[in-house]
Write a protein that binds this ligand. Structure first.
Ligand SMILES: [Zn+2]
Length: 412
């Protein structure tokens, strides 16, 4: 069975509403008309492939292909259809397209899987609109932030609850999107890598062995604001100079964990009062530490605490550390990794085992169901940008691995 590049291309064109291009901005934010239109197109495509389609309580679109024993738990394939602002054509959409192509291949070869197959187009994977990521898959595993629905707002002040209502969804019953453990046998997501590894190694497929999760810290350095002209260099308690030492240290601490592929970033630095003639009195840094190893993340976290103590001692400032979040990385089950590896071997395609640095719907699904992830290369490792690009041949190669694995997974 060979995925059809022309079918794949036509699925992209229809879902994105535009021909594939190397520079095309997509703006399909969660719960907007544009996002709903893509879900509607997905439904039409799934129906044309002989599937039944429903929208769940949170806005995920779920298409189902009957199994020869339809009482069996489903083998599910999915990804998301929303994009970031000024995003690309492949992030999320590639996985939905691959799922459609898997079903098209079953049809073309007149194969009815033993287990039913589900294609899931998740809603609101990106955090761009409401600041919270993977809402659709969170709802599916019962982790939707129901208590925050009226306080989470977009930049126009529209609450998440109101956004659902505008899509004819009832925010009161979102918990109905939750699925039971026995519903689903396993879940698979194909996604562009969003990094440069596969392209630089010239390997067509990545098999994900873990999904990194962030630990996020807020560091508040309190010094003393004062006149820049009258305060000698010896008498200063400059919060920004203290914070600068920390920024450099965060980089060093992560580099020491390179073997675990741990990364750490200071992405926000707020300086108060931010004036040319005042010594910075207070600085807040936001630190994001990511790894597939909790132990490694914890070591970086501890090093940052020790460094903060040292800086406090000799700079006469204080540093308060708040832990904003501490998420547990996802380990991909061994037997699912092996299922994908043997699929690669069966069709003689090279693969690389690799962690995922970014979060995906798969990381939520993996909490309840055996879950696998396939990466395909993307040009220069770029994503979340109009120049995000993979060839249809690259998507087809990943889809060939997916269909090979799904055929076995969905057989008797
Ligand atoms: Zn994505």
């Amino acid at each position: 069975m060979q995925a059809s590049t022309s079918r794949i291309e036509s699925y992209f064109c229809k879902l994105n509403g535009t021909p594939i291009s190397t520079n095309q901005s997509m703006n399909r934010l969660a719960y907007t008309e544009d996002e709903r239109r893509a879900h509607h197109t997905f439904s039409e495509l799934a129906v044309s492939l002989g599937m039944t389609v429903q929208t769940d309580a949170v806005g995920n679109t779920i298409a189902r292909l009957k199994g020869s024993d339809d009482t069996q738990p489903v083998v599910a394939i999915g990804s998301h259809l929303d994009t970031v602002r000024n995003g690309g054509q492949f992030d999320g959409t590639a996985g939905v397209v691959a799922g459609l192509e898997v079903v098209a291949l079953f049809n073309e070869h007149r194969i009815q899987p033993h287990h039913p197959i589900e294609l899931i187009a998740f809603v609101s994977e990106e955090s761009s609109r409401f600041g919270v990521a993977t809402l659709g898959s969170k709802a599916m595993i019962g982790e939707f932030p129901i208590d925050k629905m009226s306080t989470l707002t977009d930049q126009d002040g529209v609450s998440l609850a109101e956004a659902l209502r505008r899509c004819k969804l009832n925010p009161e019953v979102v918990e109905k999107a939750c699925r039971s453990k026995t519903d689903i046998k396993s879940f698979f997501e194909l996604h562009i890598e969003q990094g440069p590894e596969l392209e630089s190694l010239d390997v067509p497929v990545g098999i994900v062995n873990g999904i990194a999760a962030p630990t996020r810290l807020k560091l508040t350095f309190q010094g003393q604001a004062n006149h820049t002209g009258t305060t000698s260099m010896m008498r200063r308690k400059d919060a920004l100079v203290a914070a600068s030492e920390m920024i450099l240290f965060v980089e060093d601490a992560a580099k020491l964990e390179a073997i675990n592929k741990t990364v750490a970033t200071v992405g926000i630095c707020e300086v108060t009062p931010a004036s040319m003639n005042v010594i910075p009195g207070e600085v807040t840094l936001y630190v994001d530490i990511r790894s597939t190893s909790m132990v490694s993340k914890q070591r970086v976290h501890q090093q940052i605490r020790k460094k903060a103590y040292v800086i406090e001692q000799y700079r006469g400032v204080t540093c308060e550390i708040d832990v904003l979040s501490k998420e547990i990385p996802i380990v991909i089950e061994r037997h699912i990794q092996e299922r994908l590896q043997s699929a690669c071997e069966e069709i003689d395609i090279n693969y690389e085992n690799m962690p995922s640095g970014a979060g995906h719907d798969a990381m939520n699904m993996a909490k309840l169901w055996p879950t696998g992830m396939i990466f395909v290369p993307c040009k220069n490792g770029v994503s979340h940008d109009p120049t995000e690009y993979s060839t249809v041949e690259q998507i087809a190669a990943g889809t060939n691995v997916l269909i090979t694995a799904i055929r076995r997974e969905a057989s008797r």
